[in-house]
Write a protein that binds this ligand. Structure first.
Ligand code: CA
Length: 234
């Protein structure tokens, strides 16, 4: 028998929440529900669900802000569930890294199909939880970074920046993409704040910050992090 797939539902409407929970439980998924954005973010970090269903209209914070914060470290499928029907909202959610979008009201079949599709894209790979290369290890679940088994302390922004790169290891991420992911879409194009944070990270993790082993500069483009060993062996 297969291990149960964990789904986190972040939805403040109790009726819709219990409707979704009933459908998913009946289809053998394990469901956890959060009624606020804050609760959702903390459950996402502690449970590492296989799929997240995220309502955009939440009482404590905008769903797009939740999506944005999740995507800093989390690569698991996020399906936005919302009553909002504007194209611009869908595009904004997808631009921010949502995998798919489902508009209320939706049918059971539609919901199940979206979840199956998202699961096919990615789930359960170790690189979702652990980054490891050379002497560096990042446990995304516990938010712990070790170098040679010794814990490294980063500021919150440094951690977000490093975990964003680690979660996309092997790929170049543009300055613009990184800036908007960490500081929000309205940050100006001045990369100074990014360079300062990267210099601080390199001082903490690189033997020789001028010749980095972990985070490489792609001049004029962005940064690329050394590929996750788990990813390259899968
Ligand atoms: Ca709502």
């Amino acid at each position: 028998m297969n291990k149960k797939i964990n789904i986190l539902v972040i939805e403040d409407d109790k009726n819709i929440c219990s409707y979704i929970t009933t459908i998913l439980s009946a289809n053998s998924y394990h469901v956890t529900a959060a009624l606020t954005g804050k609760e959702g973010l903390s459950l996402a970090a502690s449970l590492c669900p296989d799929v997240i269903l995220l309502d955009l209209g939440l009482p404590d914070m905008d769903g797009c802000e939740v999506l944005h914060q999740l995507r800093v470290w989390n690569r698991m499928p996020i399906i936005v569930v919302s009553a909002r029907v504007l194209e611009a909202d869908k595009v904004a959610a997808l631009d921010m890294g949502a995998d798919d979008y489902i508009t209320k009201p939706f049918s059971n079949a539609e919901l199940m199909a979206r979840i199956r599709t998202s699961l096919r894209h990615s789930h359960g790979n170790p690189q979702d939880r652990i980054y490891k290369a050379l002497d560096l290890e990042i446990n995304f679940e516990k938010r712990i970074i070790t170098l040679n088994h010794r814990q490294i302390h980063l500021t919150q922004v440094e951690y977000q920046l490093l975990s964003l790169l680690a979660g996309n290891s092997g790929r170049v991420l543009t300055y613009r993409y990184i800036m908007s992911t960490i500081w929000g879409p309205y940050i100006d194009n001045n990369n100074q704040i990014l360079r300062v944070n990267m210099a601080n990270i390199r001082r903490k993790i690189e033997k020789n910050p001028a010749q980095p082993q972990y985070v490489f500069t792609e001049i004029g483009v962005g940064y690329r992090m050394l590929e996750n060993e788990y990813e390259s062996t899968l």
